[in-house]
Design a protein around this ligand. Structure first.
Ligand code: F6P
Length: 361
């Protein structure tokens, strides 16, 4: 019987996941003669034993398709897993032992875990328990320390830039302030990168708590120059100086807080201080959907190939990473130790300020 490896996609989806799956299947099959089993819905599939056999025919036309053909879940924490009891109550349980048993039954050469910091930290815990896992970093947030770019980030930036290009014209026609709330959780990579690429006038990110008076002054200055509209990009995790995150839904043992409302909060603050007309657009999951851009397809392919090789070399507990445009192996530890955040005094922030973007502090 041919040897086989496994792959799962965990956490929030993003464009490019299917490209990773395709590359894994093709490289495993063509170069090693390995079969590949796909695990459905992240770690949930390992608990439920929900698998799908993946062969090269199943990955035809997959590279350009967004989402993940395997499904994903951001509630499937194997160490705090929601189990529905016969009486309807939900109990949070550690199901890692059962997952290890199921993994042993699969008898894989290794399992590729495609995920962000949450999924990767589960992977690391399983590696510490003896499981043979390697990682591929994905998340539109680009907040994994181990790598320069995660799969999905560039596509999300493209979506924001296209939206801002469209909003510029209507903001100008109506002399409005248009606030665009973007994702990114506690990191401002999407907001700042897209803000620079789209030429936004104000960009507010979690790493730089904003002073509302400074933001309002930026509008006054533009108006003083005869420019009576402005585009503001605000990251969902941005906070006013001394304030808290805008939380839409409080988290629990199985998942983090869901952020949301930063844009509306800012609109209210501007409205309380000025007569400018303000509108807010929340881009939300548009940033996670649809066709991956060329960069993400290429990155997904290179990561998928590297992940198969990490298994072939027995480098468990490592992730494929991009380091100055070279694909390398980094430890899962490195991927989860701390979030990669925007440096408020770094080159990207300095470039933004240099071209007149107000960062709020
Ligand atoms: O981590 C990716 C991400 O899209 C964040 O940017 C966002 O805060 C969160 O996931 C949204 O999660 P959900 O899919 O649960 O709404």
């Amino acid at each position: 019987m041919a040897k086989r490896i496994g792959i799962l996609t965990g956490g929030g989806d993003c464009p490019g996941l299917n490209g990773v799956i395709r590359a894994v299947v093709l490289h495993a099959h063509n170069s090693y003669g390995w079969d590949v089993v796909g695990v459905r819905n992240g770690f949930e599939g390992l608990y439920e034993e929900a698998y799908v056999e993946l062969d090269p025919r199943r990955v035809v036309h997959l590279l350009a398709r967004g989402g993940t053909m395997l499904g994903s879940s951001n509630r499937a924490n194997p160490f705090a897993y929601p189990i529905q009891l016969p009486d309807g109550r939900v109990e949070i349980m550690d199901v890692s032992a059962r997952i290890l048993q199921n993994l042993a039954k699969l008898d894989l050469e290794g399992l590729i875990v495609v995920g962000g910091d949450g999924t990767m930290s589960f992977g690391k815990r399983f590696v510490d328990l003896g499981a043979k896992m390697v990682g591929v970093p994905k998340t539109i947030d680009n907040d994994l320390e181990a790598t320069d770019y995660t799969v999905g980030f560039q596509t999300a930036v493209e979506v924001v830039v296209e939206a801002v290009d469209r909003l510029q014209t209507t903001a100008e026609s109506h002399e409005r302030i248009l606030i665009v709330e973007v994702m990114g959780r506690y990191a401002g990579w999407i907001g700042l990168t897209a803000g620079v690429a789209a030429g936004a006038h104000v960009v507010l990110i979690p790493e730089i708590p904003y002073d509302i008076d400074r933001v309002v002054d930026a509008f006054h200055r533009r108006h003083g120059r005869g420019v009576s509209y402005s585009i503001v990009i605000i990251a969902e995790g941005a906070t006013p100086a001394g304030g808290d995150h805008a939380v839409a839904v409080k988290g629990d043992a199985t998942r983090q807080d869901r952020l949301g409302g930063a844009g509306e909060r800012l609109a209210d603050a501007i409205q309380a201080r000025t007569d400018y007309e303000v509108r807010t657009v929340v881009l939300g999951h548009l940033q996670r959907g649809g066709t991956p851009c060329a960069f993400d397809r290429e990155l997904a392919t290179r990561y998928g190939v590297k992940a198969v090789e990490l298994i072939a070399e027995g480098q468990f507990g490592h992730v494929a990473a991009l380091d100055r445009n070279v694909i390398v192996a980094k430890t899962m530890d490195k991927a989860i130790k701390k979030l990669k955040l925007v440096d408020p005094a770094g080159e990207l922030a300095r470039a933004a300020r240099a071209v007149g973007i107000e960062l709020g502090a």
